[in-house]
Write a protein that binds this ligand. Structure first.
Ligand code: DGL
Length: 268
């Protein structure tokens, strides 16, 4: 493979705005990296979709995006798409792909009680991929899971400056706490890229003794490692955000994306 041109972008992909939580730490490491941020608003929420739907939809859409933007690397900044469709995506595309999977490994390293909570979408928490992560990295520990579609809606609303219903946060936390053994959870994995956008609200609800963790910093380091030695522009150019067209959900106002270095919004 040829070395990518300096202006070849990194493509970030999510169903919505959750992937911005991965874009943020990546820009901190690679400040002049050209960015294309893609959000499948026509398919949001992925957490309510079937495995078959996502395994067909995501690789096809990524194929279109790769053709259009010619990225050097694609980041599937979505736990739901990654835990279900990563192998399909890798089989369909001929470029480096970085996935996002629940941070169970680091959670297992820091838990003292041995009880880890995983908050994700409903689709993510039922994946065998998550069973495998638990078996490989948290053997002998308890991994409780809860799927919360409300937090996805809440995170989208918060970024647009809308009010979040506190009951949504309380319900998500109760979904872990009320399970047998739930009182002993001392680390909660935010296993959906939307959820770190609600970290303050979730931390206030769980209290100061429970740690919230996510994989974004590790993913950013992985992206930096995979692109080490490649050339980048001397100065950052404004990034592009691309949204699949949805009648119910227009792209957010530009001010929402500007802090992430996005200067142009397109729809496809
Ligand atoms: N941000 C996505 C994730 O990490 C999913 C949100 C959704 O579309 O349900 O799982």
């Amino acid at each position: 493979m040829h070395a990518p041109a300096a202006d070849a972008p990194i493509l970030f992909f999510d169903s919505g705005l959750g992937g911005l939580t991965v874009l943020g730490p990546t820009r901190a490491l690679l400040p002049t990296a050209p960015i294309v941020y893609a959000a499948d608003y026509a398919g949001l929420p992925y957490g309510q979709k079937s495995e078959a739907e996502l395994a067909a939809r995501v690789p096809a859409l990524l194929g279109r995006l790769v053709e259009r933007y010619q990225p050097r690397l694609a980041v599937i900044a979505c736990n739901t798409a990654s835990t279900i469709a990563l192998s399909h995506i890798r089989a369909a595309l001929d470029l480096p792909i970085v996935g996002t999977v629940p941070a169970i490994k680091p959670a297992a390293e820091i838990t003292r009680s041995g009880v880890i909570g995983v908050l994700g979408t409903e689709a993510t928490v039922r994946q065998p991929y998550v069973d495998d992560l638990g078996a490989r990295f948290a053997a002998g520990k308890t991994v409780l899971r809860h799927g919360s579609p409300g937090l996805v809606t809440g995170a989208e609303a918060k970024l647009r400056g809308e009010k979040i219903d506190p009951a949504v946060i309380a319900r998500a936390v109760a979904g872990l706490r009320d399970q047998p053994g739930g009182d002993a959870v001392d680390v909660v994995v935010l296993a959906c890229t939307h959820f770190p956008l609600l970290a303050d609200e979730l931390q206030a609800e769980v209290g100061p003794d429970i740690r919230l963790i996510d994989g974004a910093a590790g993913i950013a380091r992985r992206i930096a490692h995979l692109t080490e030695g490649q050339s980048w522009p001397a100065v950052a150019a404004p990034g592009i955000a691309v949204f699949t067209r949805s009648n119910d959900r227009p792209p957010p106002p530009p001010g929402v994306l500007a802090p992430y270095g996005i200067g142009r919004i397109e729809t496809i």
